[in-house]
Design a protein around this ligand. Structure first.
Ligand code: G3D
Ligand code: MG
Length: 178
């Protein structure tokens, strides 16, 4: 067995409003595909994937998806319990989803006593050339800086920056635990 195989095993959450692309991002990262061949069942679903955060250094991520429970004000505590890091996703084409990320962040920080690394993701980057800039990027960067989040823009459709988002989160988790 490779010594890296089981050295790190992190629980990672993917949270944010409905239809921003959370499940699609996981699907892109884990299966490298976009269209969903199956719908996730209701409740917290998780998938595992090894991430190479440095050449020949890997960590196992267990990625928890909220699977359609976005409408509940507070998610089950067991969903958050033991999380090492989170991806907080909004849709670059719908400003209200960006505004809602503040509530998602507060809710999570209310439940988790320890601050965990969070990557803020503006997803659906591929639609920007068509639709134009809907969410003020200056504002997202300021918000990220103030809340100590790392901001990145992705497309689950093209795959742009998806791996980078997961790798960056893994690096931040490693820094946080050392
Ligand atoms: P959720 O898990 O956050 O609820 P989903 O979001 O992953 O189910 O995605 C919601 C819709 O957005 C899906 O469309 C999906 O195909 C689309 N989507 C997700 N990510 C991207 C992206 O990066 N670019 C574009 N263009 N679309 C994206 P449908 O039509 O299946 O509801
Ligand atoms: Mg989903």
């Amino acid at each position: 067995m490779n010594e890296n195989d089981s050295k790190y095993n992190f629980k990672v959450l993917i949270i944010g409003p409905g239809a921003v692309g959370k499940t699609s991002l996981i699907n892109r990262f884990v299966h490298n595909q976009f269209s969903l061949k199956y719908k996730f069942t209701i409740g917290a679903d998780f998938l595992m994937k090894n991430v190479e955060y440095k050449p020949s250094k890997t960590a196992k991520l267990t990625i928890w998806d909220i699977g359609g429970q976005e409408r509940f004000r507070f998610l089950n505590r067991s969903f958050y319990k033991g999380a090492n890091g989170a991806l907080l996703v909004f849709d670059l084409t719908r400003e209200n989803t960006y505004i809602e990320t503040k509530r998602w962040l507060n809710d999570m920080r209310t439940i988790l006593k320890d601050k965990i690394p969070v990557v803020l993701i503006g997803n659906k980057l591929d639609l920007i050339p068509e639709i134009g800039e809907v969410v003020d990027r200056k504002d997202t960067r300021q918000f990220a800086k103030k809340e100590n989040l790392w901001y990145i823009e992705t497309s689950a459709k093209t795959g742009d920056n998806v791996e980078e988002a997961f790798v960056e989160l893994t690096l931040r988790i490693l820094k946080n635990i050392s």
